[in-house]
Design a protein around this ligand. Structure first.
Ligand code: ZN
Length: 205
């Protein structure tokens, strides 16, 4: 089934890439997180990360639908939480149809965002990407790196977890995410990023 999944994901990635292009912001497809960054280098990178994050969320959702709560990777990250609830959070990212925005920081003080790759403003749900974000690995590194890498797509899943699902910052690393309590595991946005990247690495490479 993963070969079929991969085929459908490739189609999805192409569609999402098209939707995420800067020139599409004003058309009928604009009812989703929309790019608001006119920088001709950084804008396309943000759009690609957004498309890749939707692929990650789709893969994770389909993996949970297939393997459910008995899967060891699921248990590592989400413990005894209801898989339907966890899947729902991934589906919200995969099906994002909001008009929240994806921004390059406009104030110089925001650009470096010390200690952060990106941040989400609430209650707007608008996401801002810092200088460090653009140095993170591409999606393809999930297949080639020696250990699970931080990726732009993973950071996008993390921020979309704030923006769309109101998930929290409790643990920032994958190992710390796996050590959380049942309740914190469900609440922690990095848990979703780590799980989705690991599922992609295990099933799409
Ligand atoms: Zn966060």
């Amino acid at each position: 089934m993963f070969s079929n999944m991969l085929t459908s994901l490739l189609v999805l990635a192409t569609v999402c890439g098209a939707l995420a292009s800067p020139t599409s912001a004003g058309n009928v497809y604009s009812k989703r997180h929309v790019l608001n960054c006119s920088n001709t280098v950084r804008g396309p990178i943000i759009s690609q990360a957004y498309a890749d994050a939707k692929v990650l969320a789709t893969v994770a959702s389909q993996y949970i639908a297939t393997y459910g709560s008995s899967d060891s990777l699921y248990v590592d990250y989400f413990k005894t939480n209801d898989p339907a609830v966890v899947k729902g959070y991934f589906d919200a990212i995969a099906n994002d149809a909001t008009t929240q925005t994806l921004n390059c920081p406009v104030q110089s003080a925001e650009a470096s965002c010390p200690g952060n790759n990106a941040f989400t403003r609430q209650p707007s749900g608008n996401i801002y990407f810092c200088d460090a974000f653009f140095n993170l690995a591409d999606q393809s590194a999930l297949c080639t790196a020696s250990s699970l890498p931080a990726t732009k797509s993973g950071t996008m899943v993390h921020e979309l977890g704030h923006a769309l699902n109101h998930r929290a910052d409790i643990a920032g690393s994958c190992s710390a995410s796996r050590a959380l309590s049942v309740a914190d595991a469900l609440a922690n946005t990095t848990s979703y990023s780590c799980f989705a990247r690991q599922v992609y690495r295990n099933t799409q490479c």
